[in-house]
Design a binder for this molecule. Structure first.
Ligand code: AMP
Length: 654
């Protein structure tokens, strides 16, 4: 057999036969072997069909052809990935390098490749075209297996260091050299992450449901009987179709349930391939694997909320990043709402989690937002979003440290908490959280009184927050779905403040964190009440100032510090330092709101405030008495156009 095999190497027909035999042998031994050409042919078919149903059918057939160990590779590659989405593995081979690899493998000039790309608009088609018109033929063409292609891409992804670009291109060219034109089309698309097949996770789940429906029918007799009883169709043929549909739906549900706590369809498919539906039981929540987040429903009033879920936990709704934090002893992993690993972006949260989470293993969830320690105010989302960055992470972390408000716990010391009622989870969460500056529980109340909910809502909005989220105390953690476990009540109106406002500085707050070096962290500002000749507080401002602004402001303000509140100043807030009203700033804000903490136009306990104020410029040309007046603010508030969010109703307030 060995002699025949060796002789066959010199004869391409024999070689192919030998490969076929090997394949059978490998298959029997469970050694991975599927030709990439087969996969590429399936991809081509998928690309050509227009009906989703047909596409799912083809994917199911394709996945059935694979063996365990290969199925996950086929799934990842079909989505232009090198692993599950949450790992975010990338080949690190951009369009330019792919162009270069195509040139190297084909003998075409880089310029020619680039021109073809401009003409065709898809590097996959370029690779296919040049592969069919190769100027140089490689001496040895290896028949590519799915595993070989995948492994080369893994190596491409891992290559690092000075020569990494060259290594990446070499490996890419090696694949393209061995590829048929059709294979080349898809190989060139993989590193770009765009397979142009439109296969999403739901499509893969549907395909897995098709594959395992028969097994469900054969094994789950009791449940199948139940389904049969629920059938509505009368005619035999139609009943059969309905039964098939319902079984497929049920299997899909089983797969999705697991996907929601373990979003790696490659691994799930492999478990299914190896052990059938039984294999799903082994899929559990695990440290380091993101759980898909619960989603909130929407209702428009506190009354409706109470009617729907009765006594509930009402939490403030923060406008920041939703983060899922996994702690395994000293190791911390942070996932975003989209299940991306964002650990490196939040060094202060990693440190805080190590100190404040009293558990060896835990998975918790919360919302993080930038918080101005100087003014004790939440920063608007525009500031928090600056923390989502690749560079200057440490600097920004010092400038805008985040505060994380925890609202749920899913795993504790290897025990799944998701099925326990929220009331219990919340208690556990409180127990494991040590007091500290960075991580806190969400502010909340428990009530079944719509009035209390409304008050809490107003209070939250005044603090610059988005609104509230009411949560069903009895509900389990519903991964990946929206099922009235959470109900949000947001500000239904979004103001438009077209005009900027000129305000006078009446005091300032010491800088903390990175701003300590400037001696200034925020400003207390006022508008001018011309009738009373008084400066009435309207906003604390902590954004919009450059470092240079901060230095200049501190220098100027230090010279006008006063020991006590100046006589013409009316303010219930106490800054670290009062200053003589002298300097005017132009500020922009999202809108004017009512607020009990500011004195501008105060009547019946409420004054006016600027929501999310940010500095635009110094107004050296203006005197404090030329700032915007209280009367103007009242007028602006009245004229403020209120546009209901999410395109419902547009209303003009008188
Ligand atoms: P929305 O994005 O408007 O559907 O509202 C839901 C989002 O609000 C969640 O995904 C979180 O990112 C965020 N959020 C803010 N505060 C909370 C809270 N206390 N509980 C749950 N989610 C919150």
């Amino acid at each position: 057999m060995l002699a025949r095999f060796t002789a066959g190497l010199f004869n391409i027909v024999e070689w192919r036969k030998a490969q076929k035999k090997l394949r059978l042998l490998f298959g029997a031994l469970n050694i991975n072997y599927m030709r990439f050409r087969e996969l590429a042919e399936y991809f081509d078919k998928i690309q050509q069909v227009q009906s989703r149903l047909k596409m799912t059918g083809i994917i199911a057939e394709m996945l059935q052809k694979t063996i365990a160990g290969e199925i996950e590779l086929a799934i990842y590659l079909s989505q232009g990935r090198l692993g599950p989405g949450y790992l975010g593995l990338e080949a690190g081979l951009g369009e330019k390098l792919v162009e270069e690899s195509i040139a190297r493998a084909s003998g075409f000039l880089r310029k020619e490749i680039n021109e073809k790309y401009k003409e065709l608009g898809d590097l996959g088609l370029v690779a296919e075209f040049v592969s069919s018109k190769k100027k140089q033929q490689s001496l040895y063409r290896e028949e590519l297996s799915v595993k070989k292609v995948f492994e080369n891409f893994e190596k491409i992804a891992k290559a690092s260091g000075a020569k990494s670009q060259d290594i990446k291109m070499k490996m890419m060219a090696e694949l393209l050299n061995s590829a048929t034109p059709l294979e080349a089309r898809f190989i060139a698309r993989i590193p770009i992450g765009n397979m142009r097949l439109g296969i999403g996770d739901p499509t893969i789940m549907d395909a897995l449901a098709i594959i395992h429906s028969k097994e469900f029918f054969q094994k789950e007799k009791k449940e199948v009987e139940e389904i049969k009883k629920s059938l509505k169709e009368k005619k035999e043929e139609k009943r059969k179709e309905e039964l098939e549909r319902k079984i497929k739906f049920r299997v899909r549900e089983l797969v999705e349930e697991k996907y929601n706590i373990f979003p790696d369809l490659g691994k799930i498919a492999r478990m299914l391939k190896e052990k059938g539906l039984e294999g799903l039981k082994e899929v559990t929540i695990s440290i380091g694997i993101p759980i898909r987040p619960t989603l909130a429903e929407r209702l428009s009033s506190a009354e409706e909320i109470v009617e729907k879920i009765g006594k509930c936990l009402v939490e403030q709704k923060y406008d920041g990043f939703r983060l899922q934090l996994h702690k395994d002893k000293e190791k911390i992993i942070i996932f975003s709402r989209q299940s991306e690993n964002v650990t490196h972006m939040f060094p202060e949260l990693i440190e805080a989690a190590k100190k404040q989470l009293r558990a060896r293993q835990v998975v918790v969830e919360g919302e993080a937002l930038a918080f101005n320690e100087a003014t004790k105010e939440y920063f608007p989302f525009q500031v928090t979003i600056q923390r989502k960055r690749k560079y200057e992470i440490q600097e920004k972390a010092k400038e805008f440290p985040l505060k994380l408000f925890l609202f749920d716990i899913m795993l504790l010391e290897n025990e799944n908490q998701m099925l326990l009622p929220l009331e219990q989870r919340r208690k556990t969460l409180a127990k494991i959280l040590k007091e500290g500056e960075t991580i806190a529980l969400t502010n909340s109340i428990i009530t079944d009184d719509p009035k209390k909910i409304d008050e809490f809502f107003e209070q939250s909005v005044e603090q610059g927050l988005e609104g509230i989220i009411a949560k069903d105390l009895k509900a389990k953690y519903i991964a990946g779905a929206r099922k009235f476990a959470w109900i949000k009540l947001k500000r239904s109106y979004k103001g438009e403040l077209n005009d900027s406002v000129d305000v006078t500085i009446i005091g300032y707050y010491k800088g903390r964190g990175k701003r300590a070096q400037f001696g200034l962290g925020g400003l207390l500002t006022a508008v001018y009440n011309s009738k009373k000749d008084a400066f009435e507080s309207i906003a604390k401002i902590g954004t919009g100032m450059s470092e240079q602004n901060l230095v200049e402001l501190e220098k100027m303000l230090a010279k006008t510090k006063t020991e006590k509140k100046p006589a013409r100043v009316e303010s219930e807030l106490e800054p670290d330092y009062w200053v003589e009203p002298k300097y005017v700033l132009e500020v922009r804000a999202d809108e004017i709101t009512k607020s009990p903490i500011h004195t501008a136009g105060k009547a019946n306990g409420d004054g006016f405030a600027l929501r999310f104020p940010r500095m635009v410029s110094f107004r050296a040309d203006k005197k404090p008495e030329q700032s915007t007046t209280t009367e103007e603010i009242i007028k602006m508030f009245r004229q403020q156009k209120h546009v209901q969010i999410e395109g419902e109703k547009v209303e003009q307030m008188a």
